[in-house]
Design a protein around this ligand. Structure first.
Ligand code: MIG
Length: 809
């Protein structure tokens, strides 16, 4: 819509909202340590609960109601709460809560909280708690001009959110994904405050209604506020940004390991229209020797868009189709939307009505909304029994051999003026009824939770895969997310990097955009460049909208096909490395795809660097993000980096100019890091205990030790939860004329072990004449061969060691 001058009418400009706030909690009138743990400060007009969750996580809850409640939303892991010893000390001015690793000072006259860390450093200070006339509670805290803000989930714009203002309200935004858009599909009300001169901290505002974060209106302070419900937030302390991310993920949960097939290449289209088309597509991948693990079926597979059905004309024999694909090692992922068609002859609609499973208004009327199937009812996923029922319905898919489900439209999106469910729907919420307005951002995540739990029960030990468009804090426990309806714009290729980086910093490591862009029309060059970048994202799917130009890897002729093929193959080559990063995410909550900021927080050059990224710690990817471009600046951080293509070595801490003809993605490997590669000529290499793995190391010149690890398990079952996995750690060090590698198993529990571990060291700076292998000081045997032309040495370590030390000189 065209805008006029009216858009900048003076009455629309708001002053600093702090002046407009009418309400404050007032002065503290009483304070006490609670038996249940935590401290309660009664004020003139409210009460504030300060509850240590762990030594490094402190919860602050503003209570305006009468009764004290410790209740959290479902996003919070109840098992993180531990009893933290503390002491409440009163002085003339304030109350001091002294905890083992932090202390809080609550000022008597205004109930403002100052938080100090272990070292006695002031980490954060309140300007004040407030409420607007309409009862939106908020908190304003001090800020500094040179602070940086990261996280906030799935947002447009760049990595650093300082100076931005966002809302959290899960929204179906087909258009436009531009910096001005304040909400997208996923809402994660969590951010990291980072300042070079100060200790970082995180704030998680646990409120699934509409919330707002304002880092724009003032330079000295920022604010966050809730539209409804309680102001309930968690302070997360730490020495590093990594600490904050990891602790935030302990609070909202960490992902399970996905099955290997879920991290391979996925192909999608709105829609593959018939079973014949799907089968032909699968065979084309094989003929063209382009690996693919999953093909997605968008809404046209259904019978008039009824979920849990197949269209009898387009897909008359789904079982046969799925079996044929399974023989090729390709899985089907079917889309499932929340809307259940109003149709008295339809099983799920009947059951939902008879059992009272659909969302209702306070007055008792069902909520009906228009979506693909026409008038539809929506399951109330806030109730456990209903989630259980929804999960069970997936037997329809699992019995056909489907292991993966794609949840779309679960913001929920509704074709009406508000674009979502009516706000006066009252969710049952397991005995604690709340309006849709209060729980909106949870709806999609709870749908994925139901889906994942149902699949898990049905897949007899195989890991399911769930992909969701909407989510809230903690979504990582249930599903991967894709970033919704982007477009085939170069700008959206560029924006996908900070978006997925910030999702990773917000606890969701498993994410990716539609490769090639969803809406609009991909160009040959865009598809090539997007595929090059996309294969290094945690989630890797090519998807495009109905009526857009085709963008399968071969859609633009041989040259582009060859590029797409080689990069998709490269994803499989690096899959053992990528999978190890998934393990890391599962264990620690740290992201797979990382901004340089996470690893090099002392380097002021990287605070908003987001046209390049790291995968784990050892791969640096610097994609081309503009058309007709064959070179770009790449910032290499501290350390030594090797150009993947030329083997050229660079000392980091500077920009270099990378050569990037269309077929080349600028890619750098950290020198000295041991990177597991899957070596295979197979059309679709399989990641499992039998995969042919070669560990590749680019020699470094420096003496410093570089540590790496390699995780493996069966990549398909939950046996790893019982300890059935291998974890091998490497440490390399380099001298002028020698080098050594320390290899030790932290866990070596797989039943079938490889005969040998193969390691190749490339770009050696000396000519080796001797290789010694020691196992606990005993000299062992190790085969080796040196290729003088490529200056690389290959080692074959007989795999009966727990700990081996190899020296090459
Ligand atoms: O656009 O199911 O974001 O991936 O192809 C309306 C059809 C609904 C939106 C999803 C998109 C999917 C499409 N859906």
């Amino acid at each position: 819509m065209m805008k006029t001058s009216e858009n900048i009418h003076p009455d629309k400009q708001q002053g600093l909202d702090i002046e407009e706030k009418l309400w404050t909690p007032g002065a503290i009138t009483a304070a006490k340590a609670l038996e249940e743990g935590g401290y309660l400060f009664e004020t003139e007009r409210a009460a504030i609960l300060l509850q240590p969750v762990t030594e490094q996580i402190i919860r602050v809850k503003l209570m305006t109601a009468q009764e004290l409640s410790f209740k959290t939303t479902i996003a919070v892991q109840q098992d993180v709460f531990c009893s933290v010893e503390g002491e409440l000390v009163e002085t003339e001015e304030a109350y001091h809560v002294k905890l083992p690793a932090a202390s809080a000072v609550i000022h008597k006259h205004n109930a403002c909280v100052d938080l100090y860390n272990q070292d006695g450093e002031l980490v954060s200070s309140d300007v004040g708690l407030y409420s607007s006339a309409r009862g939106k509670y908020g908190c304003r805290k001090q800020n500094e001009k040179d602070s940086h803000i990261y996280g906030l989930g799935e947002k447009t714009s760049f990595l650093d959110k300082a100076g931005e203002k966002y809302d959290m309200w899960n929204s179906d935004v087909f258009d436009p994904h531009v910096p001005e858009i304040e909400c997208l599909y996923v809402s994660i009300p969590f951010f990291i405050h980072f300042n070079y001169d100060k200790a970082p901290y995180g704030i998680f505002l646990d409120n699934p209604g509409r919330t707002s974060f304002d880092f724009r209106s003032s330079e000295e302070s920022y604010s966050f506020e809730v539209q409804s419900g309680e102001l309930d937030y968690y302070f997360i302390l730490g020495n590093t940004v990594k600490d904050i991310v990891s602790r935030y993920s302990s609070l909202t949960g960490r992902m399970d390991l996905p099955p290997a097939w879920a991290i391979g290449y996925h192909q999608s289209r709105y829609s593959y229209m018939s079973q014949d088309e799907v089968i032909a597509l699968a065979h084309t991948f094989k003929e063209k020797q382009i690996p693919v693990d999953a093909i997605h079926l968008d809404i046209h597979y259904m019978d008039e868009y009824r979920v849990f059905t197949f269209d009898p004309i387009r897909f008359p024999q789904p079982r046969k189709m799925i079996e044929e694909l399974n023989e090729l090692g390709i899985r089907i992922v079917t889309i499932v939307d929340p809307g259940v068609k109003k149709d008295p002859d339809y099983k799920q609609y009947q059951a939902g009505i008879l059992n009272d499973y659909f969302c209702k208004k306070l007055e008792g009327d069902l909520f009906f909304g228009d979506v693909w199937p026409g008038t539809s009812a929506f399951p109330d996923f806030t109730e456990e029994e209903i989630r259980q029922w929804w999960g069970e319905q997936h037997q329809y898919y699992t019995e056909l051999g489907i292991h993966g489900i794609w949840n779309d439209m679960n913001e929920p999106a509704v074709f009406n003026t508000t674009k979502t469910m009516d706000l006066d729907v009252v969710h049952r919420n397991d005995g604690d009824p709340k309006t849709h307005g209060e729980l909106h951002n949870l709806y999609g995540m709870l749908m994925s939770m139901a889906t994942q739990q149902g699949l898990k029960q049905q897949l007899s030990g195989n890991r399911p895969f769930v992909l969701t468009r909407a989510g809230y804090a903690g979504v990582q426990k249930y599903a991967a997310t894709w970033t919704g309806d982007n477009r085939s714009f170069w700008e959206h290729l560029a924006m996908s990097i900070p978006m997925v980086l910030n999702l990773g910093l917000s606890g969701q490591p498993f994410a990716g955009p539609d490769i090639g862009g969803f809406a609009h029309h991909a160009s040959p060059e865009l598809l090539a460049r997007w595929t090059q970048a996309g294969v290094f994202f945690p989630y890797c799917r090519n998807h495009s909208v109905i009526d857009s130009i085709r963008q399968e890897p071969w859609a633009f002729g041989e040259e582009i096909e060859a590029i797409c093929q080689s990069y998709i193959r490269m994803r499989y080559q690096f899959l053992p490395y990528i999978y190890t990063q998934f393990y890391e995410a599962h264990k620690t909550g740290l992201p797979i795809m990382r901004p340089l900021l996470l690893e090099y927080a002392d380097d002021r050059n990287v605070y908003n660097l987001c046209d390049q990224f790291l995968v784990g710690t050892d791969l640096l990817v610097a994609p081309i993000l503009r058309p007709s471009t064959t070179a770009r600046a790449v910032y290499l951080p501290e350390g030594e980096w090797v150009d993947y293509w030329s083997g050229e070595r660079y000392e980091g801490g500077k920009n270099i100019l990378a050569d990037a003809p269309l077929e080349r993605l600028p890619l750098y490997i950290r020198a000295g890091a041991v990177v597991p590669n899957m070596i295979s000529d197979a059309w679709k290499p399989q990641l499992n205990e039998e995969a042919a793995i070669k560990h590749i190391v680019y020699a470094a010149t420096k003496g410093s030790q570089i540590k790496s690890q390699w995780y493996e398990d069966d990549a398909n079952t939950y046996d790893y939860e019982q300890g059935s996995y291998n974890l091998l750690q490497f440490s390399t060090s380099f001298e002028q004329n020698s080098m050594s590698i320390d290899v030790s198993y932290v866990a070596k529990n797989l039943t079938k072990q490889r005969e040998s571990i193969k390691v190749e060291i490339k770009e050696l700076l000396f000519t080796p004449s001797q290789v010694m292998m020691y196992e606990h000081d005993v000299v062992g045997q190790c085969e080796w061969s040196y290729n003088a032309e490529t200056r690389s040495i290959e080692l074959v370590l007989p795999n009966h060691f727990d700990h081996a030390h190899i020296t090459i000189s």
